[in-house]
Design a protein around this ligand. Structure first.
Ligand SMILES: Nc1ncnc2c1ncn2[C@@H]1O[C@H](COP(=O)(O)OP(=O)(O)OP(=O)(O)O)[C@@H](O)[C@H]1O
Length: 228
């Protein structure tokens, strides 16, 4: 593939537990290209979440560098970078209020001042998951676990991320909701002509087959991406 398709390159990322001094992620390097649908697998406690949080720069690497669009990511870039390389956790966090208030919340933040809430964009996403516009007026506290995860995804997708880091986003959901989440993310990839990418942590074999075109593995903090 051509050079221009590389979205992100990480070099020798390390993360040391500040308390125990144990190295949780050991010199992990990877490349994420446009269209990449990557599954990250590995045993429980192997470091998958720690690694994805490093990639999202939610935690600072103790060593190593990340290049995004071929530029090294500096301290000043981090807030913007986090909206472009977005981490989705297993247990979604919503604020009090309606679905719409939750979706509008990011636009109140200074970092997103160039973005504006787009009802059209949200309606398009809602139609993908078969939800009427009235869903926006639902109280977030009344949503099912699956609906909460969908709202969290919409809240991220509306800000036009480039890479999603999906940390077991469906592991607590029933099968219908799992399929809805997969559908939404698949459509998001298609809507952008496969110029986006994701890394999806999953323990579920059938799901790995459905959503993964490349497999990365984490074993005791050591990442294997298939690239030597
Ligand atoms: N903030 C932290 N501080 C210290 N240690 C941590 C922290 N977060 C995770 N760990 C430890 O790092 C190791 C890797 O954890 P991590 O959550 O990345 O595993 P995982 O591969 O995602 O596992 P699972 O599949 O069970 O979610 C574990 O031993 C965990 O206890």
């Amino acid at each position: 593939m051509g050079h221009e398709t590389v979205l992100l390159k990480a070099e020798n990322l390390c993360r040391i537990d500040p308390v125990s001094k144990v190295m949780l992620v050991k010199s992990a390097s990877c490349i994420i290209q446009q269209g990449d649908r990557i599954v990250l697998s590995g045993g429980s406690g192997s470091g998958k979440s720690v690694f994805c949080r490093l990639l999202a720069l939610l935690d600072p690497p103790d060593q190593g560098r990340i290049f995004f669009n071929r530029q090294p990511v500096t301290q000043a870039d981090i807030p913007h970078y986090r909206s472009k390389v977005a981490y989705i956790r297993q247990r979604p966090v919503l604020l009090k209020g309606t679905v719409q208030e939750n979706l509008m919340f990011p636009f109140a933040l200074r970092i997103n001042r160039e973005h504006h809430f787009s009802p059209e964009k949200i309606t398009r996403f809602l139609s993908i998951i078969d939800k009427p516009d009235s869903f926006l007026q639902k109280n977030a506290a009344d949503l099912s676990g699956g609906e909460r995860q969908l709202v969290c995804l919409l809240r991220v997708l509306q800000l036009d991320p480039v890479i999603l880091l999906l940390d077991e986003p469906t592991s607590a959901l029933d099968r219908d909701m799992v399929m809805q989440v997969e559908l939404l993310i698949n459509k998001w990839m298609q809507l952008h002509d496969e110029t986006r990418a994701y890394v999806w942590i999953s323990h579920d074999e059938p799901q790995k087959q459905r959503v993964g075109q490349k497999i990365w593995r984490m074993n005791a903090g050591v990442l294997t991406t298939g690239l030597v």
